[in-house]
Design a protein. Sequence first.
Length: 252
Amino acid sequence: MPPIKIGIVGLGKIARDQHLPALAANPDFELVAVASRNASLEDAANFATLEEMLAGVPELDAVSLCTPPTVRYGQARQALQAGKHVMLEKPPGATLSEVEDLTRLAEASPGSLFATWHSRHAPTVAPARKWLASRQISKVHIEWKEDVRVWHPGQRWIWEPGGMGVFDPAINALSIVTAILPRSFFLREGTLKVPENCQAPIAAKLRFSDSEETPITADLDFLQTGPQTWDIHIETDAGNLTLRKGGEPDVH
């Protein structure tokens, strides 16, 4: 089969750090176009907007949206309505209702919709889910702390309404935990730290529980310096399981 022709929308840090190397390393895909207001890429057709890209490269098979979450909904609708497959960077939307609407649109469209819950694809997630399925879980604690100045340097959008703040990285933790725990769980209490000059939290402490009242807590911070912390600790009746660095196992 010929390679899938892809266009990227938004040529920022996530596109350059992750998408471009991944596409270059996989012969099943061909990056043929880029839409960006502030950047361009050699060896690809460059456009200022998604609309211009769809019109200028009608042979595109798929569109990868690497833009801030507040604009992804409209872009995803436009690409789906043009019959393209769409990949959404995480988080997939600014609100749940946006994502639900895109899901319904994709079901009625020739193109497919895929959200990059990449942390769920860590090689240890499936074995962790299997191991936990036969255990009695007594406690879960998420510790997700990283440095926004490393991962989002100079990106003001992350502090604006819909930018998610600390939940932009923390959604990786939540995507793992919802995949490995055997029961759904629900937010019971949350404390958010929002700086005066921001519209999104820079840190948060959350308390969840499931149908059996299992205590599930999360400590999130976007100002950690030095080594970054991406750990999930789970206590069970058959020992403890820790997923470190976003997915490395430590059973003890």
